[in-house]
Design a protein around this ligand. Sequence first.
Ligand SMILES: Cc1ncc(COP(=O)(O)O)c(C=O)c1O
Length: 442
Amino acid sequence: MSHVFHRNPAHRYPTVVRGEGVYLFDEDGKRYLDGSSGAAVSCLGHSDPEVIAAIKAQVEKLAFAHTSFFTNEPMEALADELVAHAPAGISKAFFVSSGSEAIEAALKLARQYYLEIGQPQRRHVVARRQSYHGNTLGALATGGNLWRRRQFDPLLIGVSHVSPCYAYRGKQAGESDEAYGARLAAELVAEIQRLGPDTVIAFVAETVVGATLGAATPVPGYFKAIREICDQYGILLILDEVMCGMGRTGSLYACEQEGVVPDLVAIAKGLGAGYQPIGALLSSQRIFDAVVAGSGFFQHGHTYVGHAVACAAALAVQRALRERDLVRQVAGLGAGLERRLRERFGEHPHVGEIRGRGLLWALELVEDRATKKPFDPKRRLSARIKASALDHGLLCYPMAGTLDGVNGDHVLLAPPFIVTEAQLDELTEKLARAVEETLGEG
Ligand SMILES: Cc1ncc(COP(=O)(O)O)c(C=O)c1O
């Protein structure tokens, strides 16, 4: 009997023992194609020799030294690397160990910024429904994922939530993308007005919504309108690119494709590609300057901030992305994945929408395509598709609650950037088998 407190103690998890390229192997030698990079993490696959060598070299030199005493070489080099390729205006990196920690740091730095510049009355955060920003209490409160939040509600700070940009269901009949984006922007303005414009700290959003809505891309112009509103009211724009950043959508930062620069951006997953746990909060010079000119220090931190081995791994990952031109390849491979998904599922009676960007795609499943009626949640479609895919040797990332935390199902796909065309065929075939078998079983 296992003494591990597993996520789901009733479930029997296969034991994974080895990774090779885009494949994972369990103790029985069964092979799994990692069609979701776990949860959009393993962008370089599972056995990258350069990243492994960088980790070994760093451990042999220095594993850990607390950042209240020292800086370290890989942390400095990683910050240089990230800032050199970050959106204009982003000039500092604060390192943490996860996406949730990056969001916590963003919330605290945003609040501290307003104290530093003499606006202590600012205390409200606005985010969006059907978003996920992490599982620590501040990040969970910011997220709008009802299912994840519900039971912890009494412990959560008050964050208001406006509508996500989710064109498939949010756009009204006959409404243009432009009008839809403008309507959402007006909703944000109304919420800022309701709270009191000089009391709001920040607006937080995933540039492309990952797990909760399933690769929901914003309509053109939406984020430009949001950026203007933030500027107009002196509010910080915090983008969560924990899942969609670091090349996943075909540009290093997803916001590059929206033509906006956030004040703070959270990254994780693809930063270290799973070789080490690492996240980062990237900050604009303006926020950094305010802290330096004010109290002089960021009142935050964890023991493993700037961990030398984690930074060395992430540095090797980021250099690999750049030197191997992988982010540009994501766009090409993404087009191949999209084509396959449209060929296989485009006319499927239970696939309502195929959406995504780069190598982040999702199928939204519906009972009825015409009315977009979701399946009865009692059918537990997402969980069953995940299990069936695993049986067939495929990792994909199905989620329930697409519409409102309870109703709706989607399957998220996010293969490693090193995936081949033949492996995309394998992914699509295995996914189709899992979807058909699950739907066929009722
Ligand atoms: C958009 C987004 N933000 C934050 C997080 C939290 O990251 P972590 O699980 O590393 O704490 C996730 C994780 O899935 C995520 O997808």
